[in-house]
Write a protein that binds this ligand. Structure first.
Ligand SMILES: NC(=O)C[C@H](N)C(=O)O
Length: 490
């Protein structure tokens, strides 16, 4: 039999329906692949083999009766940020050692209700803070991609590095991920996979460990645009447990695929042509423009004048919210406790030992910008900048732009240890944070290879709750570019 792990999620779904194989066979194929590859890729921090087998068996029974949901029998990986009842959920932090939630996140509950099978929990930057997966307590994830002719390990991007690497290495059919400033789109771009951060409010945040609550949003990473469309349909829902989730019908995203983009207006923002952008990123962007033009889209030059303030404003708003959200990890309620002489001493010892350097840095920045003397100068100002960024996008969409095309990242995957300066690391988010600041949907689709043979992505940004147009346009790019698969060394 062919290797079932090479199938796309849509192909596996169709194969299960046609009874070409069972969910049990599919699940066993993935569990076998994980066992062989995970010591090298480190994408999974927990594998839930018994649970996966039980779920697959139940799916097979439903499929045999001609029943089953939209994801019936399809094995998925879950980012360690999503609460999964009774299963390892530690946001890849030492401070949540041994934490197994009593409840299930709404997004994962939606997936299981549609019949999906859980393979395990995926590695990530600690509390989703990072762009390289180097801040995980469980060690780096290794990108399945390597430069042509080199065997040097590369980072998969972050913070959803485990999700992206697991998909790229065929260790699941698709994965859940989250994106606060680029954590779905940047690792997708660096691993040749597709990722979409939906509009803020599309997916419930209930049961997703909070980083920056006004920016966090869940979404899928998968091999193809179609697979992401299928997964998002199941993940999205309005949820009374998250008052920021929005009560709008969830469209059949798959139905948007294949529709012509003729006459759609695609905006090209001048401000994304940043200083020092490598020539091959500019060339990739131009290639994307040419493909969409060929498909009948109208290309319009637009201006988003406040773009350059987005990154500094994000690195005030996100740490501010993080410093408040992470106050709950005190050695009393969850995970790790390091004893001390009194309770304050115990708090300090626990937090000093439990949080890694990047998380501590963000808490310090966040506490500083929220402190009485600096609140107006930093936090309040950043919130005002946020409004301006949102207004830039509003004006572009009001002027008739249907979607915006930009590069997804300023460069291809880099080596672990290559970027040590925190600000240089933050620059990875330069094209993606604007989208979170404005609450818009953003999608990253592989569009080409760098000169050294590494995948590069283009980003599409859409109107609020218009993920359909992003899927529609992304599929045109995907068809023109072809799919990108890492050659196996693992
Ligand atoms: N969570 C994210 O979206 C990742 C972003 N690079 C950050 O470190 O904040």
């Amino acid at each position: 039999m062919t290797d079932l792990t090479n199938l796309t999620l849509a192909e596996a779904r169709d194969g299960l329906k046609a009874k070409s194989f069972s969910s049990t066979e599919l699940t066993e194929a993935f569990l076998g692949a994980i066992e062989a590859a995970n010591p090298k890729i480190n994408a999974y921090v927990a594998v839930t083999g018994d649970q996966a087998r039980d779920m697959a068996k139940a799916s097979d029974a439903r499929l045999a009766r001609g029943e089953g949901g939209a994801l019936e029998g399809l094995p998925l990986g879950i980012k360690d940020l999503f609460a999964t009842k009774g299963v390892h959920t530690q946001a890849c932090s030492h401070i949540l050692d041994g934490f197994k939630p009593e409840y299930e996140s709404t997004v994962t509950a939606n997936l299981w209700a549609d019949g999906a099978v859980m393979l395990g929990k995926l590695n990530m930057d600690e509390f989703a803070m990072g762009s390289s997966n180097e801040t995980s307590y469980y060690g780096n994830v290794v990108n399945p991609w390597r430069k042509a002719g080199s065997d040097q390990a590369l980072v998969p991007g972050g913070s959803s590095g485990g999700s992206a690497a697991a998909v790229a290495a065929s260790l699941c059919l698709g994965a859940t991920a989250t994106d606060t400033g680029g954590s779905i789109r940047q690792p997708a771009a660096l691993t040749g996979t597709v990722g979409i951060k939906p509009t803020y409010g599309r997916c419930s945040r209930w049961g997703v460990v909070a980083f920056a609550s006004s920016l966090d949003q869940a979404g899928p990473i998968a091999k193809t645009v179609r697979d992401c469309a299928i997964l998002l349909k199941s993940m999205a829902s309005v949820d009374p447990k998250d008052t920021t989730s929005v009560d709008l019908p969830v469209p059949d995203y798959e139905a948007a695929l294949g529709k012509s983009v003729k006459g759609l207006r695609i905006g090209i923002p001048a401000e994304y042509r940043v200083e020092g952008m490598p020539a091959e990123i500019e060339a990739l962007w131009q290639q994307g423009i040419a493909w969409l033009k060929d498909a009948g889209a109208e290309i319009v030059n637009i201006s988003l004048p406040h773009t350059k303030y987005a990154l500094p404003a994000y690195y005030i708003v996100a740490p501010a919210e993080a410093s408040s959200n992470l106050a709950r990890y005190d050695g009393v309620r969850y995970g790790l406790r390091v004893p001390g002489n009194d309770i304050i001493d115990m708090y300090e010892n626990t937090r000093a030992a439990g949080f890694g350097a990047e998380v501590q840095r963000r808490i310090l920045i966040g506490t500083y910008v929220l402190s009485a003397g600096y609140y107006d100068a930093y936090y309040l100002k950043a919130q005002k900048v946020r409004t301006l960024i949102k207004r830039d996008f509003d004006l572009a969409f009001e002027a008739g732009v249907d979607a915006i095309l930009t590069p997804a990242t300023p460069d291809a995957a880099f080596a672990p240890g290559e970027i040590t300066d925190p600000v240089a690391m933050y620059l990875n988010d330069i094209f993606t944070v604007t989208v979170n600041m404005a609450g818009l949907p953003g999608l990253s689709v592989p569009a080409g290879l760098s000169a050294s043979g590494l995948p590069l992505g283009l980003q599409l940004i859409g109107r609020p709750f218009d993920e359909e147009t992003l899927f529609q346009v992304a599929e045109v790019i995907e068809k023109a570019a072809g799919r990108f698969t890492a050659s196996r060394w693992w």
